[in-house]
Design a protein around this ligand. Structure first.
Ligand SMILES: *Cc1c(COP(=O)(O)O)cnc(C)c1O
Length: 361
């Protein structure tokens, strides 16, 4: 595929070429069905097989324990900002939040509509360039849950250590880091991720929820926003995003073929090291995140002036390295290196940065 670029977009983002090609080959007629997955009834035997296979593969890949349900929902990551408080705040109407970026902040603001939100810590004052130290003495003992964003897509900081919340269920937004590194699911009450960063096309959201947390919703929770309803109906309460689930299933098969999450993690560590080692040695480019908290998925960096930022982004685009422009709040550049970004893409990026530095001393 000569005309494909290396797409460093933060999301929707690059998908594995072999997966796109497989979907293409099955687009018009799914094997022995004579119709596209898009045309299948969600109640058909064939689609139920696709759904069950996707669930089983994810369970396998993330070593999800038996007492968790896997749900495939709609509404993106952002709908979870409301679903989590609606479904978990039924008891004490109280939750702890750590604010490490815009997504965590939005989640906390949404939860505050339904109950008391205690902000345990925030890194907003330093433009979210690190994960704040957490002091368990400041955690609410009677919180219905404790909320974190595992990887901060916009600012590029990630948790390397999980807070110990005792009996309070830990809830994690993993939208931009799911399947990028091994994680102990049993430490969480809920883990969720929108698909469009590491899993597939936008439109499906994965929710992994511990069974004992089902049924704690507030009385007025809309039916479609109740986890217990979706769990009871195996994500088939209404028409789920069928094509998105099928496509995500292909991505799960691809991750398995790469050797699973640990093998992918190793490649992600290599990709991140390539970029960060160069950033650490460069006199011109600078990473913006505190070293110990740097994300493997989203790496923001800057040049000394806006003119240089612009010139670099243009050169990169001309070289087929696209969507490197930083988030409007941070400026500069952001390289998103999700699972589907080949190592070659990061090698090309670093080579261009070195060359750019040599020419702009
Ligand atoms: C992208 C993203 C979201 C929002 O996802 P939508 O599907 O656009 O609602 C939430 N949290 C994180 C960490 C994200 O990266």
């Amino acid at each position: 595929m000569e005309n494909r670029v290396f797409n460093f977009s933060a999301g929707p983002s690059m998908l594995p070429l072999s997966v796109l090609e497989k979907a293409q080959s099955e687009l018009v007629s799914y094997p022995s069905c004579g119709m596209s997955v898009m045309e299948m009834s969600h109640r058909s035997q064939m689609f139920e097989t696709i759904l069950a296979k996707a669930k089983a593969d994810l369970k396998d890949l993330m070593h999800i324990p038996d007492n968790y349900k896997i749900l495939f929902l709609q509404g993106g990551g952002s709908t979870q900002f409301a679903m989590i408080p609606l479904n978990l705040m039924g008891k004490n109407k109280k939750a702890d939040y750590v604010i490490t970026g815009q997504w965590a902040k939005k989640a906390a603001e949404e939860a505050a509509k339904y109950g008391e939100v205690n902000v345990v810590a925030s890194s907003e004052d330093s433009l979210y360039n690190h994960i704040p130290e957490l002091d368990p003495a400041t955690f609410s003992k009677d919180a219905d849950y404790f909320y974190i964003t595992l990887n901060n897509t916009v600012y590029g900081a990630r948790y390397t250590e999980l807070p110990d919340t005792g009996d309070v269920p830990l809830v994690g937004d993993m939208s931009s880091s799911i399947l990028s590194e091994d994680i102990d699911v049993s430490k969480f009450g809920i883990l969720y991720a929108g698909a469009q960063k590491n899993l597939g096309p936008a439109g499906v959201t994965v929710v992994i929820i511990r069974e004992d947390l089902l049924g704690n919703h507030m009385d007025f929770t809309p039916t479609m926003l109740r986890y217990d309803i979706h769990a009871k109906n195996d994500s088939l309460y209404n028409t789920p995003p069928t094509y998105g689930i099928y496509f995500m299933g292909l991505v799960f098969e691809w991750v398995k073929a790469q050797g699973g999450v640990s093998a992918i993690q190793k490649i992600n560590e290599e990709k991140a090291a390539l970029l960060y080692d160069y950033l650490d040695s460069s006199k011109l480019f600078k990473g913006t995140v505190v070293e110990k908290d740097r994300s493997m998925m989203n790496a923001p960096f800057v040049l000394p002036t806006n003119e240089l930022n612009k010139a670099f982004i243009q050169e990169a685009t001309d070289a087929g390295l696209v969507n490197l422009k930083g988030h409007r709040i941070v400026g500069g550049m952001r390289a998103s290196m999700y699972n589907a970004m080949p190592k070659e893409g990061v090698e090309k990026l670093v080579a261009l940065m070195k060359d750019f530095e040599a020419r702009n001393q």
